[in-house]
Design a protein around this ligand. Sequence first.
Ligand SMILES: Nc1nc2c(ncn2[C@@H]2O[C@H](COP(=O)(O)OP(=O)(O)OP(=O)(O)O)[C@@H](O)[C@H]2O)c(=O)[nH]1
Ligand SMILES: [Mg+2]
Length: 457
Amino acid sequence: MLEDTIVAPATPPGEGAIAIIRLSGPGSLAAAEKVFQPSADRPLRELPARTPHLGYILDPERGSPIDQCLLSFFPAPRSYTGEDMVELYCHGNPLVVERVLEIFLYLGARLADPGEFTKRAFLNGKLDLAQAEAVADIVRARTVEGLTAAVEHLQGKLSSTIKGFYHALLGVLAALEASIDFPEEVGEPQEIHLERLMEVKGEVEELLSTWEEGRILTQGIKLVLVGRPNVGKSSLLNALLQQERVLVSPIPGTTRDSVSEDVMLGGIPCRLIDTAGLRAPEDVLESMGVARTRKILEEADLILLVIDLSKGLLPEDMEILKEVRDKPLLVVANKLDLVKGKEFQEEALRDLPWVAVSALTGEGLERLREKIRQMAYGGRFPLRRGSPVLLRVRHKEALTRASFHLEEAIRSWREGQPPDIIAVDVGAAARAVGEVIGATLEEDLLDRIFADFCLGK
Ligand SMILES: Nc1nc2c(ncn2[C@@H]2O[C@H](COP(=O)(O)OP(=O)(O)OP(=O)(O)O)[C@@H](O)[C@H]2O)c(=O)[nH]1
Ligand SMILES: [Mg+2]
C-alpha cells in the first residue's frame, strides 16, 4: 500500500483565496517535477526543501499554464506522513483544483482515501493512534475546551498516560511469565506486582471518569423543554436561539410537533428541543405530539421543566413533574416580568434547582445558560485541568475492558489462583490499553478509525 503515491485536496471545496493539494508517496517529487516550472531558473530538485517556491503548473501534454502557485516539497522522513510529500498552494478555484488533481492522477498518483495521509503518518510511526485521532478531533471540535483537550492529545498527553499503564502491565506480565516458566528459580509472583495492578486499575478508572466530560465536549447534550401548554416553551427556545424559530401564540397547544435546533449555551454544544405541551390531548394530532414528547424525554440529558410564574404551580404542572422527576431536571420559572416584586415560593419545588426568567424581556437568560452549564457537568464545575480527558468512545470502550480484566486479575490473585490464570487477564488488560495508542491492534480497527476522517487529512 505504501508503494503508491496518493493525492487529495486539503482545503474544502468551493471558491477561496487558496486551495491546497497534497501528494504523498515515493512518486510525489517526480510527478511535481513533470508539471511544475519554478520561477527560479533551476530544477525543482536543486531548490531547498520545506520552502515554498513560486512557479507555474503546466499541462503536461500541451505545456499550457494551469495556474500560478507555490510548491513545497518535504523529503522523507521529515514530512507529515513520513514519506516524500509535495504541497501545492494554488488559487482557490474548484476548476484549478480539478485540473491539478486530474494531472496527478494522469501521472500515476491515486486519489487518497479519507484520512489516508494521517493513516500513513501512523503507519510510519510519526503519530500513535491516539494522536492520529486527535488530528480529526481538532478539525471537528465544537467547543474551546474540546479543542484544547484534542490539541493536548496530539501533543501526546493521553498517549503518555496510556503508555504508562501499558508498560506497567507488561512489567507485571513479565513477572508472571517468569514464575510460570521458572517456578523453582523465581517462586511465587510478588505482592508488589499485585499492588501495581491495583494502582493501574485506579488510574484507569480515574481516566474513565473523564469520559462524561469528554462526551459533552464532543457530542454536546440534549436539552428538552417540557411543560403544560402556554407556559412559554417556544418563546424560551426562540429567546435562547436569539431568533424567531418557532411560532408562539396565546392559544394553548400552538406547538404540535417537536422542533430541534443546535445552539451553544454557556460554551456547551446543545441540541435544544421544543415539544408539544404535555396535557390530555384533545385531538389526534395533539396526541401524536404528546406521544413524541414522551419519547424525546427518554433521551434527554437535561430536562427544562417550564412553568408559568404568573399562574403559579397548577395540578397539571405537578403531573408533568411526577413524570420527569427521576431525570436531571431544571425548573425554568417563566414570565418573571408579570410577577415582578413578588416572592417565588413553591413548596413542591423546594428541592429542585430552578431559575426565574422572562422569555419576553430576556431577564434571567444569562443565569439560565450558566445553570445549564453547571448542570451539564453534573455540578463538577469548573472543568478539571491537568489530566487528559477522554474524547472518544473507542478509548472509553478499550479502557472499560481493561478495567474489567484488571478487576478479574486482582480477584484471581487474591484467591490464590496460579500465575497462568492471572496472566490471561493481565495480558487482556494490556492489549486493551494498548489499543488506545495502537500498540496492539484488532484486525480491521484501522480502517474503521480512518474512514471517518475528511479527505486530504
Ligand atoms: N409576559 C410574558 N409572556 C410570555 C412570556 N413567555 C411567553 N409568553 C407568552 O405566552 C404565550 C404562550 O407562549 P408559547 O411560547 O407559545 O408557549 P408554549 O409553552 O410553547 O405553548 P404550547 O406550544 O401551546 O405548548 C404567548 O402569548 C407568549 O407571548 C414571558 O416571559 N412573559
Ligand atoms: Mg410551543
